[in-house]
Design a protein around this ligand. Structure first.
Ligand SMILES: Nc1ncnc2c1ncn2[C@@H]1O[C@H](COP(=O)(O)OP(=O)(O)OP(=O)(O)O)[C@@H](O)[C@H]1O
Length: 308
C-alpha cells in the first residue's frame, strides 16, 4: 500500500506536486494518469525517496521507503530510461543486482523467462530495442518479487504485443495481491489495464476513483431534435440542466437522462425527430477533467510558432 498525505514538491517557485493525498491499494492495478508535466514522475520519485518532498509525506507499507533495509524485495520500480551499461548483458546486469540484494541466481532465470528475455540473456544491452530495454527494466523491477510495483510509463515505445504483455503482467501481479501503480498519459491504455484511477493535473489530484465510477460520475448528455425545439427548451429549463443550442432545431441537453427528456417532450406535445444519448468514453471524461491542466497545450504552441 502507498499512502501520500499532502505531498508537495516545489522546484524554485514552481509547485510541481501540490498537496497530493491518495492511497494506492494492494490487490489492484492503479493507473496514475495525467498530461505531460502533470507531476507523475515527480510523485513516483518521492514515493521511493529519489526526490525529497518539500512538505507532506508518503509511506510505503506504513514506512518511509528510503529507510528500507531490503529495497528490491519491497518495491520494484521502473522509473526512467535505462541506466544499464551498454556493454552488459541482461544476465550479468540481473545477476549483479540479485547478488547485491542477496537473491539467488534462480530468481534471475525466473524473471528472464517472465519478461521473455531468456533468448537474449547473453546479448549486449547496447543493441537492444526500446521495447527490449523496457522489458529488462521490468525484469529488474520484478527481481525481488516485491509487494509494490511502481512503473512510470512502462509501455512507452512498446509495440501492441508489448503493451498487451505489460497489461497482463500488471494484472497478474495485482491478482497475487501486489500493489501495482502505473503512470501513463494515455487514458485508452489505462482503461484496459487499471481497476482504479488517480488523475493528476498541474500537480493536483483531480480524480481518485474506481474506473467504473470515473465515467459514471459524468453527467448524461443527449442530442435532441424537434421542429418546435423552443417549446421543449422552455419545458426543460430547470436547475442543474444545461442547454446548448446547436442549430435551429437541435439542442444539446446536459443533466437529465434521455428517457426523462423524451417524457417531457411527450407531456409538452413536442414531436421529436431525434433523441440521441451521447456516449461519453473514458477518454472524453479524462479530457474534460484535465482540459485546463495541460501544461503545454496546442494553442500555446501554435501562438509561439506564429511568433506572436
Ligand atoms: N529536477 C527538476 N527541477 C526542476 N523542475 C523539474 C524537475 N523535475 C521535474 N520538473 C518539472 O516538474 C513538472 C512535472 O514533471 P514530471 O516529470 O513529474 O511530470 P510528468 O507528469 O511525469 O510528465 P511526463 O509525462 O512528461 O513525464 C514539469 O514541469 C517538469 O519540468
Amino acid at each position: 500500500m502507498i499512502q501520500a498525505q499532502q505531498l508537495t514538491k516545489r522546484y524554485g517557485n514552481k509547485t510541481v506536486v501540490d498537496h497530493a493525498s491518495f492511497t494506492v491499494q494492494p490487490g489492484a492495478v492503479t493507473g496514475f494518469l495525467g498530461p505531460n508535466g502533470a507531476g507523475k514522475s515527480t510523485t513516483m520519485r518521492m514515493i521511493v525517496g529519489l526526490a525529497a518532498p518539500t512538505s507532506g509525506q508518503v509511506l510505503v507499507n506504513n514506512r518511509e521507503f528510503k529507510k528500507s533495509q531490503h529495497p528490491l524485495t519491497e518495491v520494484g520500480t521502473l522509473l526512467e530510461a535505462k541506466s544499464v551499461h551498454k556493454s552488459l548483458t541482461p544476465l550479468a546486469h540481473l545477476r549483479s543486482m540479485a547478488a547485491t540484494a542477496g537473491l539467488p541466481n534462480s530468481r534471475v532465470q525466473e524473471v528472464l523467462e517472465l519478461t521473455g528475455l531468456s533468448g537474449v540473456q547473453r546479448k549486449k544491452v547496447g543493441g537492444f530495442s526500446l521495447g527490449m530495454g523496457q522489458r529488462l527494466g521490468i525484469a529488474t523491477a520484478l527481481l525481488g518479487d516485491p509487494q509494490v510495483l511502481i512503473l512510470d510509463e512502462p509501455v512507452n515505445g512498446l509495440d501492441p504485443e508489448g503493451v498487451a504483455w505489460v497489461r497482463n503482467l500488471a494484472r497478474a501481479q495485482a491478482a497475487e495481491g501486489k500493489t501495482v501503480f502505473i503512470s501513463s498519459h494515455l487514458m485508452s491504455e489505462m482503461a484496459q489495464t487499471a481497476d482504479h484511477l488517480i488523475v493528476i493535473g498541474r500537480g493536483r489530484i483531480m480524480a481518485d476513483a474506481p474506473i467504473s465510477e470515473f465515467i459514471d460520475n459524468g453527467l448524461a448528455q443527449t442530442i435532441v431534435r424537434a421542429a418546435d425545439i423552443d417549446v421543449l427548451m422552455n419545458a426543460l429549463s430547470a436547475q442543474g440542466v444545461q442547454l446548448r443550442r446547436i442549430d435551429a432545431q437541435t439542442l444539446e441537453v446536459t443533466g437529465p437522462e434521455s428517457e426523462i427528456i423524451g417524457r417531457r417532450a411527450l407531456e409538452t406535445g413536442v414531436a421529436l425527430s431525434e433523441l440521441r444519448p451521447i456516449q461519453r468514453t473514458l477518454e472524453d471524461a479524462y479530457m474534460e477533467l484535465t482540459r485546463d491542466a495541460v501544461e503545454y497545450n496546442s494553442n500555446i504552441v501554435a501562438k509561439h510558432s506564429d511568433g506572436k
